[in-house]
Design a protein around this ligand. Structure first.
Ligand code: C5P
Length: 279
């Protein structure tokens, strides 16, 4: 039996650059993995199937784990199956990339288990067939992303010195809907790698923008209120992640991050907090 952790991500800045002929959008963002994670196990089986701790999640062919496994099985010409068990911790429809991360974990585990070299080489293109941010999760290290999100510049040596609180109010946002709402400004985005690397929260507040905030906040003021309350609790920077509904706050004080997460949890929101890693 193989075991993997499938971490969530947050977006540090997110600009929609242009609408493409294929219906997708080119974007510019920094993906940053966080400790909130699903757990996946896989064991040998005749067919591809899965079970999940979340009874509301489909375990059928529309689940990204099943789609990823079937795609790899087909491309690599494998006649074995796999039985997955998914312990779901990351909220869905939150902009945290949980489903994409699960799919990437499935690809990693099966390519290892099935020891298919050809398939390993093609893993990134298979990942992109499953979803735009699945290629990022194959490696899961902080990265600057362009294109649909698959053109990755790793920021492997980037150290994130802050504590974090993530709050997900009970709103489900369709990513496709959110992309349709954004009015593409046509302006050049800032150099996100440079802004993020500065770790200067005053700069982040001025220069790190998520283009989804405007339409999402105007449709669901409750999400804007989550951001405001993280800032009131002492966050030096707060932002929607992806197309939401998750919002994160970045704190210089780990105590403030805990209090902010606890306040949101008391309102019944899903929350996560992590203390800065001491370096
Ligand atoms: O790639 P993924 O399946 O995660 O995307 C979901 C939807 O979000 C797409 O069908 C598309 O409408 C939109 N999208 C986009 N541009 C991207 C990524 C996603 O327009 N770069």
């Amino acid at each position: 039996m193989l075991f993997e952790s499938a971490p969530a991500k947050i977006n540090l800045g997110l600009h929609i650059i242009r609408r493409r002929a294929d219906g997708y959008h080119d974007l510019s963002t920094v993906f940053h993995p966080i400790g909130w994670a699903d757990r996946i196990t896989v064991s040998p089986a005749g067919n591809i199937s899965m079970t999940c701790t979340d009874a509301t999640l489909s375990c059928g062919k529309d689940n990204l784990v099943i789609r990823a496994a079937r795609l790899l099985q087909k491309v690599a010409g494998i006649d074995q199956g796999a039985l997955f068990h998914l312990e779901k911790k990351i909220p869905r429809g939150a902009g945290l990339g949980g489903g994409s991360s699960d799919a990437a974990a499935a690809l990693r585990m099966l390519s290892n288990h099935w020891k298919s070299d050809d398939a390993t080489i093609a893993l990134k293109s298979l990942a992109l067939k499953i979803g735009s941010d699945v290629p990022f999760f194959l490696h899961g290290q902080t990265a600057y992303a362009e294109g649909r999100g698959e053109r990755l510049t790793p920021m492997a040596d980037y150290a994130f010195p802050f504590s974090l609180a993530v709050v997900v109010p009970p709103v489900h946002i369709s990513t496709a809907w959110a992309f349709q709402q954004v009015i593409v400004s046509g302006m050049n985005p800032p150099n996100l790698i440079e802004v993020v690397r500065s770790n200067d929260l005053d700069r982040w507040r001025c220069e790190l923008v998520n283009d989804f905030e405007k339409p999402v906040f105007s449709q669901w003021p409750i999400i804007q209120e989550v951001k405001s309350s993280l800032l009131r609790s002492g966050a030096g920077f707060a932002s929607l992640t992806g197309s939401g509904a998750g919002v994160y706050g970045i704190f210089e004080s780990k105590e403030d991050a805990v209090v902010a997460a606890e306040e949101a949890a008391a309102k019944g929101y899903a929350t996560w907090h992590q203390a800065a890693i001491d370096t």
